[in-house]
Design a protein around this ligand. Structure first.
Ligand code: FPP
Length: 236
């Protein structure tokens, strides 16, 4: 494929509506969503994508009914444990971003273990955003920055500031894909997406598939990314 994004971030939306449309409880949508995530990983890797990030749980999602939150936390933990061995065998680096300290302790352990055991891999990177909110990320970053005695706030550059973000060792996303027809970022990677291309599809996340992902990548390849500059061909 011609110009493929280095980093794709996914807003996996529509699990609940998918379940409702199939006469199923919401948790079945999440369960199917988890199997789609696994397939998307494989397809992305096969197509030369180096970084994939998934928005799995926003800070605001904690206000959902407790049984749904508990189900999701359990699903995340089981998912990480189930794929621990495969990620290590395939040398895939795992990261989690978000306010992880508010997550159930067993999930925190599973995250910590997988993060540490894959920290030396570099061929393919998967990041899961859990209890993530971009505004909280910025507030937390500023708090940490102000505690840093060596920092000269007036001389701060973007490169300096981004070292305080959860995503400090990740490249910015080139492409953000949101499923389910909603066309917004919902507090996801707001600063990191400054120059990201956005792709929206009406497909609910549990129905997202290889064909959809390849069309999004193709669409991205046809876009002209000027990043605030002007196109060489039109500059004369
Ligand atoms: C949004 O759909 C989805 C979520 C809040 C949960 C995302 C979780 C998964 C896809 C499960 C797999 C993830 C991992 C990391 C194993 P929604 O519930 O808001 O759907 P709706 O808008 O139709 O109600």
């Amino acid at each position: 494929m011609s110009c493929v994004p280095v980093h794709i971030a996914f807003i996996m939306d529509g699990n609940g509506r998918w379940a409702q449309a199939h006469g199923l409880p919401r948790y079945e949508g999440h369960r199917k969503g988890a199997s789609v995530l696994k397939k998307v990983l494989r397809i992305a890797e096969k197509n030369g994508i180096k970084y994939v990030t998934f928005f799995a749980f926003s800070s605001e999602n904690f206000s959902r009914p407790k049984p749904e939150v508990d189900f999701l936390m359990n699903l995340f933990e089981r998912f990480l444990k189930k794929y621990h061995k495969i990620l290590c065998e395939k040398k895939i680096r795992f990261r989690a971003i978000g306010n992880l300290l508010q997550l159930p302790i067993n999930l925190q352990f599973a995250i910590e273990e997988l993060t540490q055991n894959t920290a030396h891999f570099d061929s393919f990177h998967i990041t899961i955003a859990l209890n993530y909110g971009a505004r909280n990320e910025v507030i937390q970053a500023i708090g940490n920055l102000l505690e840093d005695k060596d920092i000269k706030v007036k001389k701060l550059t973007w490169e300096g500031f981004e070292q305080y973000l959860y995503t400090k060792d990740l490249p910015d996303p080139d492409l953000i894909i949101r499923t389910s027809g909603e066309q917004r970022l919902s507090n996801f990677l707001l600063l990191q997406s400054a120059y990201a291309e956005l792709y929206f599809t009406k497909t609910y996340w549990p129905d997202f598939n290889e064909k959809e992902l390849l069309s999004a990548i193709k669409d991205y390849g046809a876009r002209e990314r000027r990043m605030g500059k002007i196109n060489d061909k039109t500059s004369n």
